[in-house]
Design a binder for this molecule. Structure first.
Ligand SMILES: Cc1cc2nc3c(=O)[nH]c(=O)nc-3n(C[C@H](O)[C@H](O)[C@H](O)COP(=O)(O)OP(=O)(O)OC[C@H]3O[C@@H](n4cnc5c(N)ncnc54)[C@H](O)[C@@H]3O)c2cc1C
Length: 447
């Protein structure tokens, strides 16, 4: 059998042309599309699913992390601007719980209802004037070495090209980086990537009896293993109530290949293995919880994330690469476009390792430079935002969460608008002007 088949040449229809096309509707993509459209640019947001939110909806996460920073001991909302408006929309739909403290009360996060997030995100992006294209899987780019002028999509309507003057890669996996041969990397120097997880939610919990079960569950699991039970997929299980104490979320699985490496979210066979394994692990962990944790006796799994949650794959090599040291030393930059207050949350083999900012009384957040959205090489009209922006493995282990992704997205959409005022070269954007525009839209660039 031959390894390749030559398909007949064919003409690909151009489905339309926009000033800005954003690939991927996660927190970074929906923020990028909103910002570009609000600035008056014709904007298309392309998403393979039938809803926005990215891992935050499709991966079943249900918590916003990184919106708050622990600034000298005070929990401060540091990701502001369009993201806070989105959260207000979710709140108006009754979909937000008051923020809670995580990780020994050192940082604040906020639970949401996934249907409310989906609904609010539709409204948020459409109200800005952007156009949506759901159920369209991008499979390639139309580009040469200096520019990318379109994204190739496949859908129920067939194959087509979406033309753009500026393209923003918010695919999480940096798909456009691969297709346009823009420099990027995957994994740390030892070949390790953060392990993915399948999220699940539990219903019919007696919240009063469960109490702060999140404090005792990890210890109970460790004790069970010490007493001879087979190891769990990972230590450091996270369980917390959702909007109502009846419903809890669980972040407790870890997906690996037979050789022990993390499932690679850019490999379809590994993704398939991860889906099957994730549901199996969810069941296993749930049964332990139901059988051992007070208040969960009548509980059941109400939902398993529609797709596995991928934390890390390709990362851009940009004009600046944000490092773990930048995160932990609360670095500042002249070209700051937003803030990250989340610590390094490293999903390592079999465990969870949280690494905090250095010192006894840290500022508690690092600035995010515009240069981490700008490729060091490749097409001049390509921006990258979200978890595939330019960060090391360690830097990305922190700034990949929703808050900083919203901030990066808003900055990328605004930068696309400014680039289009000139030569559409994103590296030539007037950064002081970008910062002024972001601040005028409510963003915080420093504390
Ligand atoms: C298991 C797990 C738990 C997590 N828990 C939290 C948490 O509690 N709180 C938190 O804030 N963060 C959490 N995170 C981090 C989370 O990944 C980020 O917050 C965030 O979702 C990353 O945003 P993004 O916009 O960069 O990419 P994503 O959210 O990954 O969104 C990318 C979007 O692009 C679309 N897409 C990708 N490729 C294509 C293509 N080729 N064609 C069309 N569409 C495409 C995808 O469908 C997706 O909608 C968790 C991550 C995982 C995996």
């Amino acid at each position: 059998m031959s390894a390749f088949v030559t398909e007949p040449a064919h003409e690909t229809p151009v489905l339309g042309e926009w000033e800005v096309v954003v690939l991927g509707g996660g927190p970074s993509g929906l923020a990028a599309a909103t910002a570009a459209a609000r600035a008056g640019r014709s904007t298309l947001l392309v998403e393979k699913n039938g809803y926005l939110g990215g891992a935050g909806t499709g991966g079943g996460l249900s918590t916003f992390c990184g919106m708050y920073s622990n600034v000298h001991g005070e929990h401060v909302l540091t990701v502001r601007g369009h993201a806070t408006e989105l959260l207000e929309r979710i709140d108006r739909l009754g979909g937000l719980r008051a923020p809670h403290r995580s990780f020994a009360d050192r940082i604040q996060a906020q639970a949401y209802d996934i249907p409310a997030y989906r609904r609010a995100a539709d409204e948020h992006v459409l109200a800005a004037g952007a156009q949506l294209l759901y159920h369209a899987f991008a499979v390639g780019a139309s580009s040469d070495e200096s520019t990318v002028d379109g994204i190739v999509v496949e859908s129920k309507s067939g194959r087509g090209i979406l033309r753009a003057k500026v393209v923003i890669d918010c695919s999480g996996d940096g798909d456009l980086l691969a297709w346009t041969k823009t420099s990027h990397e995957k994994a740390d120097p030892h070949g390790e990537m953060l392990f993915p997880s399948t999220m699940f939610r539990i219903n019919a919990v007696d919240g009063e009896r469960a109490g702060p079960a999140w404090k005792i569950l990890p210890r109970m699991m460790d004790e069970a293993v010490a007493a001879g039970r087979p190891k769990f997929p990972r230590r450091g299980a996270i369980v917390r109530p959702q909007r109502d104490d009846l419903e809890w979320r669980a972040n407790a699985t870890q997906l690996r290949n037979p050789d022990g490496t993390a499932i690679d979210g850019t490999d379809v066979w590994q993704l398939t293995r991860g889906e099957v394994q994730g549901r199996e692990q969810a069941q296993e962990v749930f049964e332990f919880i139901r059988g051992n944790v007070p208040g969960f006796e009548r509980a059941y799994i109400v939902d398993i994330g529609p797709e596995i949650g991928i934390r890390e794959t390709r990362r851009l090599l940009g004009k600046y690469v944000l490092t773990e040291d930048d995160v932990r030393s609360c670095a500042t930059f002249d070209d700051s476009i937003g803030l990250n207050g989340w610590p390094v949350e490293a999903h390592v083999d079999g465990d969870l390792d949280i690494r905090w900012p250095y010192g006894d009384d840290p500022v508690g957040c690092n600035q995010l430079p515009y240069r981490m959205l700008v490729p060091a090489d490749g097409p001049s009209n390509l921006l990258v935002a979200g978890r595939c922006a330019s960060m090391t493995h360690g830097g990305q282990s922190a700034a990949r969460v929703a808050g900083p992704c919203f901030a990066m997205g808003q900055a990328a959409g605004t930068a696309a608008h400014l680039a289009l005022k000139g030569d559409a070269v994103v590296a030539n954007v007037d950064v002081p002007r970008l910062r002024t525009e972001l601040e005028s839209e409510g963003a915080w660039l420093s504390v």
